[in-house]
Design a protein around this ligand. Structure first.
Ligand SMILES: Nc1ncnc2c1ncn2[C@@H]1O[C@H](COP(=O)(O)OP(=O)(O)OP(=O)(O)O)[C@@H](O)[C@H]1O
Ligand SMILES: [Mg+2]
Length: 419
């Protein structure tokens, strides 16, 4: 199993847009004393007791790839905001490095930092912080105004951002005339107008009603696909992290407990804390068809003679063969019953539900629907239409069972044991 500080990322570190290594923040009068104790292996509580310093972050490492949404998650006080603020150095780290597009932010002079921040980062907070007497347009223009962008250009850029967040037609209104959700859209537009590479979002949707919040999550995902920003999103809400769909860095007491997808947390929890964190997760919404699939019993090309397919199925003791074309694209299935006594190729004998398949990346609940209507087996295909595997009723049950093994109920023994 991976330790929290191994970076499970397919890209080499050089490709990361943001590379965080050994990031540590000690708050207090004499942070160096706190650091020294940490170096001796002392814990957070001891550092507080001995020096009065609060360890906000300790040895945090992760990468953020370009165009990725990374969710930093954890309970209140776990260090999420501190971590986010260290990335653009609103908080000065006590140790470690934060490399953004090849530049170590911790080494910039104050002057360089201002320019760097302006060019690279946009921030969106939980509080919308709009100027009450400025129209939405003038609020969104604000950052550009500070940068000295000419009035025509800044209006143009602000209007584009307003449109991007779905507030077209509201530019002349005052913040008080907008709902909370709309005000947060304006906050997002204000960040987008500056066209930063990286959006840092701290509990940006936490003040919104649940339904509006869900809409905003979906819209952020859609927007991110269009504008391809790199987003670091802080949240204490697992459902939100799942809805945003990216990798998750789970923090506890200033440290990273585990990083990966929600499905990784579920299938391979690093410890009991992670196990408890994902206890109430909707497994069918998180595990993908690709996670649950297995190799088909028999793959037959469409020009395979029916007799050959039948003898192979019989030899394997399997009832169903999966049929592909010569390029490997999924065509359908044939079962032993229809093959028996038939001549010609398998192509003519494909089952009527030949289009019954699910996408590899689709959540398992789409497979449940497909399985319910079929013969207990469904094909899994990639974006290119190629066969990747199959899921049977048994695989589905196994995926659910794995989740239950991962989270045994306290004092587990059935209330009504089977006699
Ligand atoms: N300026 C500061 N001075 C002293 N301690 C601080 C400061 N900022 C944060 N801390 C401490 O660092 C720890 C992490 O705080 P942080 O604000 O990063 O948590 P968080 O995960 O964002 O919590 P929340 O979900 O409540 O926003 C906490 O123990 C907090 O008290
Ligand atoms: Mg916070």
């Amino acid at each position: 199993m991976m330790t929290p500080n191994q970076i499970p990322h397919p890209n080499p570190a050089s490709e990361a847009r943001i590379r965080v290594r050994g990031l540590t923040k000690v708050f207090g009068e004499h942070p160096e004393r706190g650091l020294a104790l940490l170096a001796q292996g002392k814990g957070r509580a001891e550092v507080l007791k001995d020096t009065g310093c609060v360890v906000g972050l300790q040895d945090v490492s992760f990468d953020v790839a370009p165009g990725e949404i990374l969710v930093v998650m954890g309970l209140s006080g776990s260090g999420k905001s501190t971590c986010l603020r260290c990335i653009n150095r609103l908080v000065t780290p006590s140790a470690g490095e934060v490399v953004v597009d090849g530049t170590d932010v911790t080494r910039l002079s104050e002057h360089e930092l201002l320019a760097f921040r302006r060019k690279h980062f946009g921030m969106v907070f939980q509080q919308f912080a709009l100027f009450p007497h400025r129209t939405i347009l003038r609020n969104v223009e604000y950052g550009l105004e500070i940068q000295g962008v000419a009035p025509t250009e800044r209006t143009e850029r602000a209007m584009t951002a307003i449109e991007q967040v779905g507030l077209k037609g509201w530019d002349q209104h005052l913040p008080s005339q907008l709902s909370g959700g709309m005000q947060q859209r304006a906050g997002l537009a204000r960040a987008l107008a500056l066209d930063p590479d990286v959006l840092l979002m701290d509990e940006a949707f936490s003040a919104l009603d649940p339904l509006i919040r869900r809409d905003m999550q979906q819209e952020l995902v859609a927007l991110q696909k269009r504008v391809k920003k790199t987003i670091v999103f802080v949240s204490h809400d697992l459902d939100e992290a799942i809805a945003l769909g990216g990798r998750i860095v789970l923090m506890k007491d200033g440290r990273v407990v585990q990083q990966g997808s929600a499905a990784d947390f579920l299938g391979n929890p690093a410890d009991d804390y992670v196990r408890r964190f994902v206890e109430h997760i909707d497994v069918l919404g998180v595990v993908t068809a690709g996670d649950a699939m297995r190799a088909p019993a028999l793959v037959a090309r469409w020009d395979m003679p029916a007799a050959e397919a039948l003898s192979r199925l019989d030899a394997a003791g399997e009832p169903v063969a999966t049929v592909i074309c010569e390029e490997g694209r999924f065509q359908g299935t044939v079962d032993a019953t229809s093959l028996r006594g038939a001549g010609g190729t398998v192509l003519k004998l494909l089952a009527a539900d030949r289009h019954a398949f699910v996408a590899e990346r689709a959540p398992l609940n789409t497979a449940v629907v497909a399985l319910a209507g079929g013969r207990g087996e469904i094909a899994v295909v990639g974006d290119d239409g190629h066969l990747r595997g199959i899921i049977t009723n048994a695989d589905l049950v196994a995926a659910l069972a794995r989740r239950h093994r991962a989270t045994p109920p306290a004092g587990a023994s059935p209330a009504h044991p089977v006699q």
